[in-house]
Design a protein around this ligand. Structure first.
Ligand code: S3P
Length: 157
């Protein structure tokens, strides 16, 4: 199955965790766009946000996505859907899966998160951000997965 499958969804939905397991099972390569940006810039996401700013991070993120040409499972950052050009790219991509568990699950996973956008927000503000982005994920996706289990995800493909 030599195609690119993009995983989208809010922070804490398990894009990296499930994506790695999916890639292993399907014997495909796994890529994480956040890790790629960290490697290219030579800083972790938190440092990039604090020293270079979110705008810089978003530019790097778009550049990586819009030039993507490799097959595999690609885990994207939760904010990838913010830029219209990114959404257009995803809409024309071979396959996009939205990992969309309940807010309660996401909330519990974000409780001890180090992510920059989590550190600077209350849980109510994060809920608001999730609500604002919901339709953007919806707009770009081919498949919606609300579960947690790899076997259930495999059945969708
Ligand atoms: C972000 C999500 C993060 C990372 C950055 C911004 C967001 O990725 O790209 O902290 O705007 O939702 P994960 O969704 O993998 O945590």
């Amino acid at each position: 199955m030599a195609k690119a499958i993009f995983l989208i969804g809010f922070m804490g939905v398990g894009k990296t965790f499930l994506g790695q397991k999916l890639a292993e099972t399907l014997e495909m390569d796994f890529f994480d766009l956040d890790f790629k940006i960290e490697k290219k810039v030579g800083m972790d996401v938190n440092e990039i946000f604090s020293t270079k700013g979110e705008k810089f991070f978003r530019q790097e993120e778009s550049q990586l996505l819009l030039n993507w040409d490799k097959p595999g499972i690609i885990s994207t950052g939760g904010g990838i859907v913010l830029a219209e050009k990114n959404r257009e790219y995803l809409k024309s991509a071979e396959q996009v899966i939205w990992l969309n568990p309940s807010w309660e699950i996401i909330n519990s996973r974000l409780e001890n998160s180090y992510r920059p956008l989590v550190l600077e927000r209350t849980i109510d503000e994060l809920h608001e951000l999730w609500t604002q982005r919901y339709h953007l994920y919806q707009e770009c996706t081919d498949l919606i997965f609300t579960g947690n289990d790899l076997q259930d995800l495999l059945k969708l493909l």
